[in-house]
Design a protein around this ligand. Structure first.
Ligand SMILES: N[C@@H](CCC(=O)N[C@@H](CS)C(=O)NCC(=O)O)C(=O)O
Length: 308
C-alpha cells in the first residue's frame, strides 16, 4: 500500500528519467525544485549532511535519455565566493551542453549554511559561501567547515546511490574558489576524477589575499605546514598517479587577475612536475558568469571526451 502510494504519487511520476524515487526517499533527499530544460530536468535537492552538521542543497541536471535505466557519467561543478548552488544553475547555461553530451551535472553549495557560528557572515570572502573546499583544523570552524570531506566522502556516495550514474566515471570543474577546489580535489585523489578544468581558479592560495585570509582562519598560521596541502601549485609538485591534464581557463580582463589567481605559478610548477597543462587565455573576458557561459560548452565537451 505504502509502496503503491509512493510509486503513484504524481510528483514522483512526473520527475522523469534518471531518478530512483524510492531510494531518494530512503536516503533522505528532499526535492526542492524541478524544471524541464533541454529535454532533461534541472533539479535542486536538500539533505541533512552528517559531515557538515547542517542542511545542504545541491543541483543535479539530468539529461534526456532513451530509457530509465541508462547509467551516465557525472561532472561536478564547484562554485566561487559568494555563490550558492543557484548561481551556476541560473547563469552558466550548462544544461544545453550536458543534454548534448548526455552527462549529469552536480553542483553543491560553497559552504555549510545556517549554523550561525560567530563571525561566519562578517565578510563575503570567509565563512558562509567561502568554505574553500578544505577541512578546517581551527576553532570555531573545524567541526563544520569540512567541504573537502563533504564532497569526497558524502556527496559522491549520495549521488551514486540516488541517481543512475556510472559510479567512478566522473570529472570535476569549477570557478575561482571552486576552480581551486576542483584542482585540489583531483590532485589529492589521483584517479578519482577522469579530468579536471577550472575557470579563473585561485591557483596559489598561499600567496594571494583571499587564500591567506581563508587559510589563516581555517588552518592557522602558515608555519603549521598545512597550507601546502591545500594549494594546487604545491600539490602538483608531488602529484603521483594516473596521467592527469590540468585545463586552466583565464579571462584577461578579470579584475582579480593576476593578483588573486596566479595561474602562471601553477603552469610553471606543473611543467616542472611533468604534469601537462592546457592554459587558455581569453582576451577581454572578465571574472563573471558571462565569461563562464561563453566557454562552458567547450569545458563540458572536454570532460565528455574523458568520460566516454
Ligand atoms: N563580491 C565580490 C565579487 C565576488 C565574485 O566575483 N564572486 C564570483 C566567484 S569568485 C561569483 O561567481 N559571483 C557570483 C555571480 O557572479 O553570480 C566583489 O564585490 O568584488
Amino acid at each position: 500500500m505504502y509502496l503503491a502510494c509512493i510509486i503513484n504519487c504524481p510528483a514522483i511520476r512526473a520527475f522523469g528519467k534518471h531518478c530512483r524515487p524510492l531510494s531518494n526517499i530512503m536516503t533522505g533527499l528532499t526535492e526542492l525544485s524541478r524544471n524541464k530544460s533541454f529535454g532533461g530536468w534541472q533539479t535542486v535537492f536538500s539533505h541533512e549532511s552528517k559531515v557538515l552538521g547542517c542542511t545542504m542543497k545541491f543541483g543535479v541536471y539530468l539529461p534526456p535519455t532513451e530509457n530509465d535505466t541508462e547509467n551516465l557519467p557525472v561532472i561536478y561543478w564547484l562554485s566561487g565566493l559568494t555563490c550558492s548552488e543557484a548561481n551556476f544553475i541560473e547563469k552558466a547555461g550548462a544544461q544545453r551542453y550536458a543534454a548534448e553530451h548526455k552527462v549529469i551535472i552536480v553542483n553543491p553549495d560553497t559552504s555549510p549554511r545556517g549554523l550561525n557560528i560567530p563571525g561566519d557572515s562578517d565578510s563575503w570572502d570567509f565563512g558562509v559561501a567561502a568554505g574553500f573546499y578544505l577541512n578546517a583544523t581551527q576553532d570555531p570552524w573545524k567541526n563544520n567547515y569540512k567541504m573537502y570531506d563533504y564532497i569526497i566522502k558524502e556527496l559522491l556516495d549520495l549521488v551514486n546511490s540516488n541517481f543512475n550514474t556510472q559510479a567512478g566515471n566522473q570529472s570535476i570543474m569549477g570557478h575561482s574558489m571552486g576552480g581551486h577546489g576542483a584542482l585540489v580535489l583531483s590532485l589529492k585523489n589521483p584517479g578519482l576524477f577522469k579530468s579536471v578544468s577550472a575557470f579563473a581558479p585561485i591557483c596559489n592560495p598561499s600567496i594571494c589575499p583571499w587564500g591567506i585570509k581563508a587559510f589563516s582562519g581555517y588552518l592557522g598560521p602558515k608555519e603549521t605546514g598545512q597550507w601546502e596541502e591545500w594549494d594546487a601549485t604545491e600539490l602538483v609538485k608531488k602529484y603521483k598517479g594516473p596521467p592527469l591534464e590540468l585545463f586552466i581557463d583565464q579571462g584577461l580582463n578579470d579584475n582579480f587577475y593576476p593578483a588573486q589567481l596566479n595561474p602562471k605559478n601553477l603552469v610553471e610548477a606543473s611543467k616542472g612536475a611533468g604534469v601537462p597543462v592546457i592554459f587558455k587565455e581569453r582576451e577581454s573576458y572578465n571574472h563573471s558568469y558571462f565569461y563562464i557561459a561563453s566557454f562552458i560548452g567547450e569545458h563540458i565537451g572536454y570532460h565528455a571526451q574523458h568520460l566516454k
